[in-house]
Design a protein around this ligand. Structure first.
Ligand code: XIL
Length: 324
């Protein structure tokens, strides 16, 4: 296939030249075991997001006890390769510790647990993680507050408190609200917008919004609307990061589908980067062999920039052209 032939200049160099962050979600297993994974990661990208290693359920199997080995390994790798780290994520309704989901706590205890968790994690990485997805996916698809253990246990104030505590724990970190299906204009992105505006009006320390951008080949996205959504968010004074981009397709992938996928990457990223309102773009995995898609969306996959043998796909070149 022709796109393998010419040596590609690293995305990272092009991004550095433009002051742009391009990254991937990193998984600790291949990071430890696979030298080719490490090489490609450090060659192509200037930012990493731990895919799971910083989630509450991965960090703490017992109340008050934390295992930071995997998260440390990722942060250490990033530091030794001059890459930045996006922290992901402090408050979420999934990958929670069992002691938390199975426990019974008063409202005050819920808030104490949350505060302690935020302080424990953010203090450890103070000055080393430049941006945090403080709250992840707190809204349901109809735009209402999602019914989570945090909402039930701690009440609505958990959301605002999480940002206030995060700011106390690391005043220099950029604090993000992150969500999915809020990329273009929709009832959900309207309610993300309203939520952020309300938080800002109440002087909650929040600096940015993460658009996950999990897209589907068979449901082509609307780049113009994405551009308009980004424009209104940044008009609030917020930074905008694309935090988890992938473009999944029904497998098997064919050359024609890979070309259409590349077009989606190009058109969407162009809409994001055009006016300089979007400072970072993170893809949700290095290559198709490390993607969450086949497990979560059976029959779909091939969503990333590199194939399962870490060879660049047409999407990789499309991203390069767009950045340039
Ligand atoms: C996913 C990981 O990729 C999986 O490995 C894990 O089993 C579940 O979480 N939105 C998010 C991410 O914010 O944290 C999710 O990551 C994908 C959807």
């Amino acid at each position: 296939m022709p796109f393998f032939r010419r040596r590609l200049s690293p995305l990272r160099d092009l991004a550095d030249a433009r002051g742009l962050l391009v990254g991937v979600a990193v998984n600790e297993a291949p990071l430890r075991e696979d030298p080719a994974y490490r090489d490609l990661l450090a060659r192509e990208f200037n930012v990493v997001t731990p895919e799971n290693a910083m989630k509450f359920g991965r960090l703490s199997h017992e109340r008050g006890h934390y295992h930071f080995e995997d998260a440390d390994a990722i942060v250490g790798f990033a530091e030794s390769h001059g890459m930045r780290v996006r922290g992901h994520t402090l408050v979420w309704h999934m990958l929670q510790p069992e002691w938390l989901t199975e426990g019974t706590f008063s409202r005050q205890e819920w808030l104490d647990i949350l505060r302690e968790h935020i302080f424990t994690v953010m203090t450890r990485y103070r000055g080393r993680v430049f941006a945090w997805d403080v709250v992840n996916e707190a809204l349901a698809e109809d735009g209402s507050l999602r019914d989570t253990i945090w909402l039930r246990g701690a009440g609505e104030e958990y959301l605002e408190q999480a940002f206030r505590w995060a700011h106390e724990a690391d005043p220099a970190a950029l604090l993000f609200y992150n969500d999915y299906c809020a990329d273009d204009l929709s009832p959900k992105s309207d309610s993300v917008y309203r939520l952020l505006r309300r938080l800002l009006e109440r002087d909650v320390p929040i600096h940015g919004v993460g658009l996950q951008m999990h897209l589907e080949l068979e449901k082509p996205p609307r780049p113009k609307q994405i551009g308009r959504n980004i424009a209104r968010l940044s008009a609030l004074g917020l930074q905008v990061h694309v935090t988890e981009m992938d473009v999944r397709m029904k497998t098997p992938a064919t050359p024609a589908k890979l070309v259409s996928q590349a077009r989606i990457y190009r058109r969407v990223l162009r809409a994001c980067l055009r006016r300089g309102e979007c400072q970072a773009c993170v893809f949700w995995g290095l290559g198709d062999g490390h993607s969450w898609i086949p497990e979560f969306f059976p029959g779909e996959g091939a969503a990333l920039l590199f194939d399962d043998l870490s060879r660049p796909k047409p999407a990789r070149r499309a991203v390069q052209r767009t950045i340039r």
